[in-house]
Design a protein around this ligand. Structure first.
Ligand code: MN
Length: 202
């Protein structure tokens, strides 16, 4: 996919998001999950593959409970440097709002033996069945991303596999977010509604 679509959507004179280039981790593959308060609060799940971040928007956030199948909408590839991005995207720009890093770390193909991981991951990505092990602060162990059959080809499900890191109780990524995170501070001041759209109605 490359970064053409990513760059087309953004004006880098206005947003502090990285314009970015194709880059790779030296050793292990990186992942990041950003919590993003845009017109709606959602999570952006990003996996490094072939020098870019393959990206999915997850409206409800990830779960550690294998019973939860979380809808994940595939979006445009993001540059490798986006994994370090947190801050504000100014009003009038694509994705305007606040981005914070919710979890980060490394990940690997499920039978990962290092160097061929990316080829196997790309094969999984193309076939709509991606299995991997996450080494994050919050997300650990085996996960799968499975593409739903349908005309848009963009809808996937993010599912935790049953392992030592899985939980049986209800899991909420919102509750697993520090109360003083930048977005939570904003929400505490402005409320959980959608203030911009409400203002327009009045
Ligand atoms: Mn987003």
């Amino acid at each position: 996919m490359g970064l053409v679509e990513y760059k087309k959507k953004r004006n880098f004179n206005e947003t502090a998001e990285p314009a970015g280039a194709v880059k790779k981790s030296k050793d292990k593959l990186a992942f990041v999950i950003q919590r993003h308060k845009a017109s709606r609060l959602h999570y952006d799940f990003r996996l490094e593959m072939e020098g870019v971040l393959k990206s999915w928007a997850v409206p409800k956030g990830p779960s550690l409970n294998p019973k939860d199948k979380r809808l994940a909408m595939m979006v445009e590839d993001h540059p490798y440097d986006y994994k370090n991005f947190a801050g504000e995207i100014p009003e009038g720009n694509y994705g305007a709002g606040i981005v914070e890093i919710w979890d980060e770390g490394t990940y690997e193909y499920i039978d990962g033996e290092g160097i061929d991981d990316e080829k196997k991951l790309m094969t999984g990505l193309k076939s709509g069945n991606l299995k991997f092990i996450m080494h994050g602060k919050k997300l650990k162990g085996e996960f799968a991303l499975v593409r739903l059959k349908g005309e848009d080809e963009k809808s996937w499900l993010l599912i935790k596999h049953r392992d030592d890191y899985a939980v049986d109780e209800d899991y909420s990524s919102e509750e697993d977010t520090p109360k003083n995170s930048p977005i939570n501070k904003w929400l505490a001041q402005h409320g959980k509604g959608e203030p911009t759209s409400k203002k327009k109605v009045q």
